[in-house]
Design a protein around this ligand. Structure first.
Ligand code: AKG
Length: 205
């Protein structure tokens, strides 16, 4: 379903088996040798998610990408698995857009998880100008996803993102404001055995 030019919601894109496999991969990555952490952002506040960047690290102090986590522990960002890349590029294609994903921000939201309204604008000028999309995949509890316009004060639509949904925003929608006001605890499919929510956003730097 196209919500606005360049913004496409692919509901139930992933079936339960695919979701289960992806949840297991996300859990292993989050608790792996380079574990997820709660970033402290520029103003000194802590984010309300646990984050792990794959392929390139997004630094919450400088709002730039870098190979190593210089804002946290200096460890290198783990590589983006090929299966993740393929998934993202295929989803973009299904939404009618081209993407060669080279990084993913993997976030875990617990019952209190949320993310303020923001633009994804830290990728390269070339990528942003080309309008290469952000591809988002949701797993677990349903999120109340906020999708606005190109200005912070533009009207906002609240969209429930359920487990298995994909959401793509590129082209004229690439710089739209978005965020997550809350998640709905206990709404994950029981088969996943997941409390909370994973969200993966794939991008092309
Ligand atoms: O969790 C979501 O659905 C959105 C995540 C997001 O806005 C981001 O990673 O920039």
């Amino acid at each position: 379903m196209e919500l606005a030019p360049g913004a496409v919601h692919l509901r139930s894109y992933l079936g339960l088996d695919a979701q289960r496999a992806l949840v297991a991969e996300c859990q292993a990555l989050m608790d792996g040798a380079v574990p997820a952490y709660v970033p402290t952002v520029r103003g000194g506040g802590k984010m309300h998610v646990r984050m792990l960047c794959l392929g390139r690290h997004w630094n919450g102090q400088t709002y730039r990408y870098e190979p190593k986590r210089t804002d946290f522990d200096g460890l290198p960002a783990p590589p983006l698995p090929k299966s993740f890349k393929d998934l993202a590029n295929t989803i973009a294609h299904r939404a009618g857009m081209a993407l060669a994903a080279d990084l993913c921000i993997l976030n875990y939201y617990d019952a209190d998880g949320r993310m303020g309204l923001h633009q994804d604008k830290d990728e390269s000028p070339r990528s942003l100008e080309a309008g290469f999309p952000v591809v988002s995949v949701s797993l677990g509890d349903t999120a109340r996803f906020l999708f606005g316009g190109l200005r912070r004060k533009d009207p906002i639509t609240a969209i429930p993102l359920e487990s298995g949904d994909a959401f793509v925003f590129g082209g004229p929608a690439r710089l739209r404001y978005h965020g997550v006001s809350r998640i709905a605890p206990g709404t994950a499919p029981p088969e996943l055995g997941l409390h909370g929510r994973f969200n993966l956003t794939f991008r092309q730097y």
